[in-house]
Design a protein around this ligand. Structure first.
Ligand code: FES
Length: 85
C-alpha cells in the first residue's frame, strides 16, 4: 500500500492506480495531458518518500531533481508532495 500526503489531505493508492489517478480521484487540482511521461505537464515536487521513486521507462519530459511525473512514476511506501492541493 502506498500512502500519499499532500497539502490538502492524505490517501492511499489503489492497486495498479497511478499517482496521477489517485490525485484526481481525491479531488486534487493537477495538470496533465499525455499521461505517458513526455509532456511534463503533470510534474509535482516530492518532499519525502520512503523508497526511491522509479519509472518503468525513463520519461522524456525534463524534470528537476525533486520533481516527479505522477502519470508514470512508480511509488511505494509513503510519498509527500509539495504544494499539491
Ligand atoms: S501527463 Fe504528460 S508527463 Fe505526465
Amino acid at each position: 500500500m502506498t500512502w500519499v500526503f499532500t497539502a490538502k489531505t492524505r490517501f492511499y493508492l489503489h492497486d495498479d492506480e497511478s499517482l496521477l489517478d489517485g490525485l484526481l480521484r481525491t479531488g486534487h487540482d493537477v495538470n496533465y495531458q499525455c499521461r505517458e511521461g513526455y509532456c511534463g505537464s503533470c510534474r509535482v515536487t516530492l518532499t519525502a518518500s520512503s523508497y526511491p521513486v522509479t519509472y518503468a521507462e525513463p520519461p522524456l519530459a525534463m524534470i528537476e531533481g525533486s520533481e516527479i511525473l505522477p502519470c508514470c512514476c512508480q511509488v511505494k511506501g509513503m510519498v509527500r508532495l509539495k504544494d499539491v492541493h
